[in-house]
Design a protein around this ligand. Structure first.
Ligand code: ADP
Length: 260
């Protein structure tokens, strides 16, 4: 039995997960995606092979993500939707619904009893409900996306306040002008950024509604690391939202599990 490697060649980051022949997790790696997915894929393979002293001929490789068809060493290319379902069900056997938010798209997925995909809804036409909006908003205030949640403050404080205003633009370009307008009125950066999270929470709730999400939703993708957004989605949707283990690597894990 070979080692199994899953590659998730995303629009913003590329991820790899390596499984031992007994399916145990050996390790993972992440790189910023460059404009040539085949190069990023090879860089990830080299990194994993070096780190774990493997021979690349012993790897069974499956690729997913927007650049999946460019991964030359992959025996198969599988959609992110299938891979996220596979990865989440493996980590959380009781799971039925997934919310995946990446750099440039957001997806809601409802699984069937066997962990297959029953229904999904995707937003890949507009950046307003994706990590891209958070990146634009963070950059405007001189922050990194990884700092946003801490900057926005803790949940107890949020709950005791009624929102002073909402961001209503449904397009990042217009939303950015709203941010400029709010700054001109002297609105504190923290209030504006909290409103950005609430706006994304409302947008992705529409996707969850489209697939009839119920009960607990497992949050995957790089954006799932943002606690403020997780709470905003829970509040807007009324659903329990849990961050999936290995959130940003769930698609790569699903691809690795499919590399048989
Ligand atoms: P894709 O697969 O579409 O390339 P990912 O699922 O890897 O995207 O997610 C990338 C996005 O995750 C980035 O746009 C960024 O906004 C967000 N992100 C990355 N790290 C963090 C973090 N520590 N906290 C919050 N968001 C993050």
């Amino acid at each position: 039995m070979p080692y199994r490697l899953g590659l998730d060649l995303g629009s913003t980051t590329s991820k790899a997960v390596i499984l031992a022949p007994d399916q145990s997790l050996l390790g993972h790696a992440i790189l910023r995606s460059n404009h040539t997915p085949s190069e990023t894929a090879q860089e990830l393979i080299d990194r994993i092979v070096d780190q774990h002293h493997l021979v690349s001929a012993d790897l069974a490789v499956v690729a997913t993500g927007y650049g999946r068809s460019q991964a030359e060493k992959a025996a198969r290319a599988v959609t992110e939707i299938t891979c996220h379902a596979k990865g989440v069900r493996h980590l959380h056997p009781d799971s039925a619904c997934i919310l995946d938010i990446g750099g440039q798209d957001a997806k809601a997925i409802r699984m069937d009893r066997d962990g297959g995909v029953d229904d999904f809804a995707m937003n890949d036409r507009c950046a307003a409900g994706t990590g891209r909006f958070l990146e634009v908003a963070a950059a405007r205030f001189g922050l990194d996306v990884g700092q946003l949640s801490k900057y926005c403050g803790d949940s107890a404080e949020h709950a005791s306040e009624s929102p002073p205003f909402e961001i209503t633009s449904t397009c990042v370009v217009f939303a950015e002008s709203e941010l400029v307008g709010l700054a001109a009125k002297g609105t504190p950066a923290r209030e504006t950024l909290r409103a950005v999270h609430r706006a994304i929470g409302r947008r992705v709730t529409l996707l969850l509604k489209q697939v009839g999400a119920k009960g607990t939703v497992y949050f995957t993708g790089g954006v799932a690391q943002n606690e403020t957004l997780l709470r905003a989605v829970a509040e807007a949707s009324g659903l329990e939202i849990k961050r999936s283990d290995l959130a940003q690597f769930t698609g790569a894990l699903g691809a690795a599990l499919l590399a048989e």
